[in-house]
Design a protein around this ligand. Structure first.
Ligand code: ADP
Length: 585
């Protein structure tokens, strides 16, 4: 692969039992190597991927070249009862208008009396329409233990569960119910940075929807884990086809043909994601080098209103059908790109020591590392602009310019060569902080040797250096680790608006960026969400946009952000979606 051909040290991944095979496949394709516990030292890896959460010690001991695929304490939004509780609080604090996207929910046994009150009231005031309820055990997933009821006498439970109002008028395609699996990547919680993947899955029930029988899971539940056992799974179903999944692209084509305004739908879904995650921000400790992939389950009702059903901690990444293959491989590749590895990460401890030197002004790695161990050779730029191999003991900030290009750039050169670039796409070097990739020979110069130079000018071999001296303090033990994962100062940089098929959906403006730094200003953010929704709604409702319109800027509201609208295949800039007469103050 690219790295090996270039003579670079391969990055190393570590999979915990049960981690998806597609992750292994993608990483091996990208030239990574798998961690071997017997052969390699503890810590000699770059990515640790687990389906379940990590231990506290994993977060505490994380090293600068390492990434984990989970943030701590994510159950705050991924457990059904916690999510219901949190959303209820947000609704009370910030109003039902914004937080009206989750069906009313009750956590049993505690909320039984409250539920009884609502149930009784509904029965008497429902104007003849019946209200349906769905019960889900709080600790289970994949549709296990779920049942529906209309009459409270059918409510039987033995463990903690949530009762949710059943969305009984879902949007149907040829009579089949479906929901959307939206892939969301949280690059950091502090500041909050959210990406949503362009591709996702549409998951169908495999029998036609009917309220006449509430106990048919193939008609009411859209979980693949259930429907793949249905009698109709392999049948060619009207419009839906065989199986039970579509890609999001196929769904978009469907919406387009129906003349449905997909922009507004995507904006609403994107709002749901932001508003849900905002609630989690104060609960999640700042953890550099962690990234979270979540699966948001969204149901669209007959009036095109999207509803949040639940948030999945480890969305299924198995490849069961062609739609899975089309979506999930690209998804994993894009996640790895979002992790923003650099060439030095491949050299792990050894490379990092060198890099520390290059950034000797960096405040948070200075303390515990003796200076004399942080001085590798550096490169000087010659007057002709070419780098020489002279060594320097300088600790000036100019030495920062020896920073290497990211591994992603290198991998992408081969992998994405055939992918058309979106006109609005930016290089996925995460912060825009990095320089253009260096030439290969320049990179080799920096990493070719095992030697580094000490302060008094003697060269030492890292191989012979006692490991205790080379051990670096973990990021957590160092001060102010509010960094997403770059070891430099890119935490204050604006994240790129697109990385592969991931679209930055939060922050979406300078104001939201500012409001999400350090202490999150929820009120200010909600205000911005409201303003954006109003602008776009009046813009889309006021004027039917033509193709020519969407290419023109109509008095756009500009700031340094160039946010894209998540959803369409080639998303327009948000600012391009505002029409001049729809500015809302
Ligand atoms: P699980 O974690 O067990 O998959 P979900 O909350 O995702 O639980 O529910 C499983 C399925 O049940 C969903 O994919 C959806 O088809 C259906 N469902 C869940 N909640 C509702 C609801 N409130 N209204 C309508 N359908 C629902």
């Amino acid at each position: 692969m690219a790295e090996k051909e270039c003579g670079f040290a391969p990055l190393v991944f570590r999979l915990h039992g049960g981690a998806p095979q597609v992750v292994r496949e993608v990483l091996l394709e990208r030239g990574w190597e798998e961690y071997d516990e017997e052969e390699q030292e503890e810590g000699d890896w770059n990515l640790y991927w687990r389906s379940s959460g990590f231990r506290n010690s994993d977060y505490k001991n994380i090293l600068p070249w390492q990434r984990l695929n989970h943030h701590p304490k994510m159950t705050h939004i991924t457990r059904k009862d916690c999510l219901a509780r949190h959303l209820r609080r947000m609704k009370c604090a910030f109003g039902a208008v914004l937080y009206d996207f989750s069906p009313a929910a009750f956590i049993l046994p505690n909320d039984y009396t409250k539920f009884l009150g609502v149930y009784t009231k509904n029965r008497s005031t429902d104007e003849g329409k019946s209200c349906f309820w769905i019960c889900k055990p709080v600790g289970l997933s994949r549709g296990r233990g779920i049942f529906l009821f209309k009459d409270i006498k059918d409510l039987v439970y033995h463990s903690s569960l949530i009762i949710q109002r059943y969305i009984s008028d879902p949007l149907l395609i040829s009579g089949y119910k479906f929901d959307l699996r939206i892939y969301v990547c949280i690059k950091s919680f502090c500041p909050l940075v959210i990406y949503m993947h362009q591709e996702g899955l549409v998951r169908f029930a495999t029998e036609k929807y009917t309220l006449a029988s509430l106990d048919n899971p193939y008609s009411h539940l859209t979980n693949t884990s259930i429907n793949k056992y249905g009698l109709c799974y392999a049948k060619d179903k009207e419009r839906v086809g065989r199986g039970c999944k579509w890609t999001m692209s196929k769904f978009r084509c469907f919406l387009h043909k129906q003349d449905i305004n997909e922009h507004l739908l995507w904006l609403r879904i994107s709002n749901i994601v932001t508003l849900t995650l905002l609630r989690a921000v104060p609960c999640i400790p700042s953890s550099p080098n962690c990234l979270e992939l979540l699966g948001f389950d969204i149901l669209i009702d007959a009036s095109f209103k999207p509803w949040l059903l639940e948030v999945n901690h480890s969305p299924a990444l198995s490849l069961d059908c062609p739609a899975d293959v089309a979506v999930k491989k690209g998804l994993i590749n894009d996640i790895i790109d979002l992790m923003n590895y650099r060439m030095t990460d491949g050299f792990r401890q050894k490379g990092y020591l060198r890099k520390r030197y290059a950034r000797s002004g960096s405040r948070y790695l200075q303390p515990k590392i003796p200076q004399e161990f942080l001085l590798p050779k550096t490169l000087h730029a010659t007057p002709s602009g070419k780098r020489s191999r002279n060594r320097s003991f300088s600790t000036s900030s100019s030495s920062q310019h020896t920073v290497l290009c990211s591994v992603n750039d290198c991998a992408r050169n081969s992998r994405y060569a055939s992918r058309p670039a979106h006109p609005n796409s930016k290089p996925s070097t995460s912060s825009g902080h990095e320089k253009a990739p260096q030439k290969l020979e320049e990179i080799n110069v920096e990493v070719e040797s095992d030697e580094f130079t000490t302060l008094n000018g003697t060269r030492q071999s890292l191989k012979n250096t006692p490991s205790s001296l080379c051990k670096l303090p973990s990021l957590h033990k160092l001060t102010t680790p509010t960094v997403p994962w770059n070891h430099r100062t890119q935490d204050r940089d604006v994240p790129p608006c697109r990385v592969g098929d991931f679209i930055l959906t939060f922050p979406f403006s300078e104001a939201t960026w500012k409001a999400s730094q350090d202490q999150v200003d929820v009120k200010a953010i909600l205000n911005e969400v409201r303003k954006l929704t109003n602008r776009l709604t009046s813009s889309f409702n006021g004027k039917k946009r033509t193709k020519a319109d969407s290419g023109q800027r109509c008095n756009p509201v500009r700031d340094k952000f160039e946010s894209l609208l998540w959803g369409p295949k080639d998303p327009p800039l948000l600012s391009e979606c505002y029409s001049s007469n729809s500015e809302t103050k």
